[in-house]
Design a binder for this molecule. Structure first.
Ligand SMILES: NC(=O)c1ccc[n+]([C@@H]2O[C@H](COP(=O)([O-])OP(=O)(O)OC[C@H]3O[C@@H](n4cnc5c(N)ncnc54)[C@H](OP(=O)(O)O)[C@@H]3O)[C@@H](O)[C@H]2O)c1
Length: 237
């Protein structure tokens, strides 16, 4: 059985990823803080757990040794380079050919060609300011973490999530290289499907060294994009 590690397994996205990974027949190792182990009770006996901070090298080494894939929930908690420390710990300890999948939001840009609305920029500025003021989150460190990833020679994918909502799965999200593309306009993905995209990326080499921005496959913008394409193809036939 192929072994994968889920770093941040006890969070909302993490637990969905655990479910998808088990459904796909992977052996799962989850990493979470000691105090959060109980959040994984529903998976007792079906996964192994390594507890500790996700930027702690010994914790990550123990968890990802022997894993063909590592799914990392990248979160910018605190003011001590938690995100970039987590990425570095993964890079320093992952086996050479492992698929490394990271989660983040649309605000991360790989090539600077994303186009953000004014309201998105305002919201990001506000969240960054509040997060810094109360020393809760450090968006700049999540950006630094992603710069480390983009510069890496490993088999990485950075999955950039839109706004998220709870609800039943609608299927695998659709994606585009750049925020601002019409297919993404609806800016909404079910969290369960974000997790599905992360797990599916483990076996999708076309996503290697890419940072797909995703949106729900049943959203208005995704459906409109597909019907426009279909119409175009029919006109050309
Ligand atoms: N929320 C959104 O609207 C949104 C939108 C787009 C993209 N994303 C991306 O989606 C991913 C998951 O985000 P989410 O909002 O759904 O959160 P989430 O899955 O609940 O994950 C939060 C993670 O942070 C950990 N955590 C919480 N407080 C912490 C602390 N003080 N120190 C260290 N770790 C702490 C949690 O662990 P415990 O279980 O131990 O608490 C959990 O693993 C992230 O990569 C995020 O950038 C989110």
């Amino acid at each position: 059985m192929k072994r994968v590690c889920i770093i941040g397994a006890s969070g909302k996205l993490g637990k969905y990823m655990v479910r998808h990974a088990l459904d796909k027949g992977y052996e799962v190792v989850g990493v979470c803080r000691e105090k959060s182990i109980k959040k994984l009770d529903e998976f007792k006996g079906r996964i192994s757990i390594v507890s500790g901070a996700t930027n702690d090298h010994e914790t990550i080494k123990k968890a990802i040794t022997g894993c063909v894939g590592v799914l990392t929930v990248l979160v910018p908690w605190g003011v001590h380079q938690y995100s970039s420390g987590t990425v570095q710990a993964v890079f320093d300890n992952a086996q050479e050919e492992a698929r490394l999948i990271f989660s983040c939001g649309w605000h991360i840009t790989q090539d600077g060609k994303d186009i953000y609305s004014k309201s998105f920029k305002r919201m990001l500025g506000f969240v960054s300011w509040i997060g810094k003021l109360f020393r809760l989150i450090e968006i700049k460190d999540q950006e630094k973490a992603c710069e480390l990833i983009f510069a890496s020679d490993t088999k990485w994918t950075v999955v950039r999530g839109s706004d998220l909502e709870e609800g039943e799965s609608q299927g695998l999200p659709v994606w585009s290289d750049h925020v601002g593309d019409s297919i993404l306009k609806s800016n909404m993905t079910r969290r369960v499907d974000f997790a599905l995209f992360m797990v599916e990326a483990l076996e999708n080499d076309k996503l290697n060294k890419k940072s797909p921005a995703i949106v729900g496959c049943q959203t208005h913008s995704a459906l409109a994009h597909h019907s426009n394409r279909k119409e175009k193809n029919e006109t050309m036939d």
